[in-house]
Structure formats: C-alpha cells, structure tokens
Design a binder for this molecule. Structure first.
Ligand SMILES: *Cc1c(COP(=O)(O)O)cnc(C)c1O
Length: 412
C-alpha cells in the first residue's frame, strides 16, 4: 500500500472514503499525483473550485493581502469586508450579508435568522418556530443541520436533534403547502439537490415555492452553496426561474478554491433581526478571505463563467447522451453540474469513479448510484471532448467487467 495513504489512514478519523490517489499539485482543470500522473478534475472539490486550480489572479490577490493584513476579527472594521459585501449584495439583489466560513455555518446563520424573524416580525409564539426542508437535502454536517437530514447515516448516533425542524418531499408543491402552519418560519431548499444526486426539480417548482411562501408569510431560503456562482449556468440557480429568495446561502466556490468563505445574504427585514452579540465568527469576514472572494466574484463576472457553464454544460450533456450503456439509468444536469445515475444492480458509482481514475479523470460518487461531473467552469471544449471519450471507453470496459448476470454488487 502507498505509504502516504497508509499514514493518512492511520492518523485520520475515517469519516471519508477517498479514492486511492495522492494529489500534490493543481493547475487549471488538472491535478497531478505524487507519481506525476495528470488527472482531469471533474469533481472540483464538491464544486468549490469553480475558477480552476491556482488561477494566478486569485493567487496574487491572496499573496498581496497576506502581506498586508489577514486577520483582525470583527472587533474592528477592515478595508476589505465592506467592498466584498457590497458586491455580493449587488450581484444577488439582497440588502445585507453576514460572512461566515463554511457552508454549514452560513446555513446555521440562516436558520437562526429565520427563527428570530419568526418571533420578532411574524410574531410566532416563543419557542414554536418551525423550519421546513426537503427530503434528500444536503445542508452540511452540524447537529442542527443533520437534524434536518433525511439520510439515516448522517443522523444515526448523533441525536437528539433540535426541535422545530421538519422534512417534506422535494419537488412537491402540495406537500409544501400542506406542511406550512402559522408557526412556519422558513422553507430551506436547494434549487437543484447536489449531494442528493444532482436532482433537478420540475420546471416551475421553485417559482411555485416562492409563491406559496409569499402567500403564507414564510421565508424562502435558497441554499446555493453548491449551485451558486455559475455552477448551473446562471450566476445563481434561482435565476433559472426568476426567483428572488428572502435569504440566499453561498459558500464553496466563493473562496475561489483557495480558502473557505461563506455568506448568508438576505433582505433588510430578515437581517435586521441581528443585534451586536447575537451571532458571530472569529474568522468570518477576515480580510484575507474577503480579498480573495471579491476577486473570485469579479473573475466570475468578467470571464463570463456562468455563461461558459451554460454553453459547455449543454455540450457535455448532449455528448454524454451518445452514451447508451445498460449500466446507466439516467444522465441529467444543468450547466456544468451533471450526474450519471448507474443501475445499482449492475455497478456501483464508486466502481465507475475508480475506473475513471485509472484513465485519468477524477470524480466522486454521491450516494451509491450517482457519478457527478462538475469540472471547473474554466474547462475548455477540447477537454470536455476528451472527458466524454474517456467516460464512454470506461463504460464499455465496465460492461465487460460487470455483465448482466452479475447480481447486486456490494457497495464500497
Ligand atoms: C457543501 C454544501 C453545504 C455545506 O458546506 P460546508 O462548507 O461543507 O460546510 C451546504 N449546502 C450545500 C447545498 C452544499 O452542497
């Protein structure tokens, strides 16, 4: 066994099951392992590397700011936070933003804001506020958030969970309408479920959610930690339906693939509930992360990365539809956010990812049945063509290795 893998396995908690590759360098859409083998990155750190690896403009922003000022806490003002928040608000059409670090923290922030809004503005009786989310969701890993999860493994052994959180079926407007009570504070939803398996709801779903929430005075909070910032072919996935949510959660690619930074953005009425001392984070809004994130947002707009994602994603999806394999149940996606769902009776998504890795393409399964394809938005057309050829050849090979007679393949 590779000694570097052995070292990590010996000293790390086993809360992940990585593919057996040891990466040491990244540039653009490529990653290199310690043996010097090159891989096309179609995983992008769960969509956090939208700009490609080591974009020199982002690295320069990082180094420049690291030499000036990196961390002060928000006990003081800095000359970096305001400009980032202003630009993020302008791009999203929101009034105010609250900076955190990880996606999960920004989701927690949204939940806290929604509850306080429910008590102060909607006048829900103390301790009664309810928050709705969807089955199959992924919003992060804190105790409150896994309390909202419908995934048994994410919850098992971690209870008890906070009260007032409820899951309803995704892509089901009647279920939303039926679940709302006078105590409902917010509906938290991903415009496309990412970790859930690139699940794209019916056209009109998000617009319907917005209409129902408005009618019942319930906040619509969109978790765009993964779908935001160009991934699905628009700057924000809500824009596919012309929806302006009451709250918007961003993370992942916001840090330009260099460091963590997340935002909860909302209209005045919602963000107005926070008073000094109500909420915070030592590292949230630090000048280093803000300098990088502002540059990352500017590059997204200037390089037209969302438009690129729309065009190239369409191209990738069309070419993948050439792939007629009995191992595949469905190929779906929007922008450069594509899932290949395999038939679990024939092959696991993990086995597909391992075979792709051998051929120099990195991806990761989500659940047992979906292979995600989410390259940096900077990927070129030729690189997409190469990926398609690689994927087609991989499935041809797998069809031979996993013939129809094979009964259920065990996962992992
Ligand atoms: C990844 C993700 C999160 C959590 O972000 P972390 O930075 O891992 O805490 C939240 N919501 C969605 C939709 C995500 O994809």
């Amino acid at each position: 066994m590779n000694p570097i893998i052995e070292l990590e396995n010996q000293y790390s908690a086993h809360n992940y099951h990585p593919l057996p590759v040891v990466l040491t360098r990244g540039e653009g859409v490529y990653l290199w392992d310690t043996e010097g083998k090159r891989y096309l990155d179609m995983m992008s750190a769960y969509s956090a590397v939208g700009h490609g690896h080591a974009d020199p403009r982002l690295v320069q922003a990082l180094v420049h700011q690291a030499q000036r000022l990196t961390l002060t806490s928000r006990a003081f003002y800095t000359d970096r936070l305001g400009p980032l928040l202003k630009y993020a608000c302008e791009l999203s059409g929101q009034d105010r933003a609250l900076p955190m670090n990880t996606g999960a923290e920004a989701v927690e922030t949204a939940l806290k804001a929604a509850r306080k809004w429910a008590y102060q503005v909607k006048r829900v009786p103390a301790g009664q506020a309810e928050i709705l989310a969807c089955e199959g969701n992924f919003h992060g890993r804190t105790i409150a958030i896994v309390g909202l999860s419908s995934e048994a493994q994410y919850r098992e052994g971690f209870g008890p969970f906070p009260a007032g959180l409820k899951c309803i079926p995704y892509n089901n407007l009647e279920a939303l309408e039926a679940a709302i009570t006078p105590h409902t504070a917010a509906f938290l939803v991903e415009p496309i479920q990412g970790e859930g398996g690139i699940i794209i709801p019916d056209k009109g779903y998000l617009r319907g959610c917005a209409e129902i929430c408005r009618r019942h005075h319930v906040l619509l909070i969109c978790d765009e930690v993964q779908t935001g910032l160009g991934r699905t072919g628009k700057l924000f996935a809500c824009q596919h339906e012309g929806v302006q949510p009451d709250g918007l959660i961003l993370g992942k690619a916001l840090g330009g693939g260099l460091l963590p930074l997340s935002l909860f953005l909302a209209r005045e009425e919602v963000m107005g509930v926070f008073q000094p001392g109500d909420h915070g984070s030592t590292f949230g809004g630090n000048p280093l992360a803000c300098a990088v994130a502002l540059k990352a947002l500017k590059i997204l707009v200037e390089d037209r990365l969302p438009e690129r994602s729309a065009e190239l994603g369409e191209d990738l999806l069309q070419q993948l539809h050439r792939l007629q394999s009995p191992l595949i149940r469905e190929i779906r996606g929007r922008g450069l956010f594509i899932g290949i769902e395999v038939d679990p009776q024939r092959v696991t998504a993990r086995a597909v990812c391992e075979a792709l890795m051998e051929r120099g393409l990195l991806s990761k399964e989500t659940h047992d049945v979906v292979v995600r394809l989410a390259p940096p938005l900077t990927i070129a057309r030729e690189q997409i063509h190469w990926a398609v050829e690689c994927i087609i050849r991989t499935f041809q090979e797998l069809e031979e290795n996993y013939p129809a007679s094979t009964t259920k393949v065990s996962s992992q």
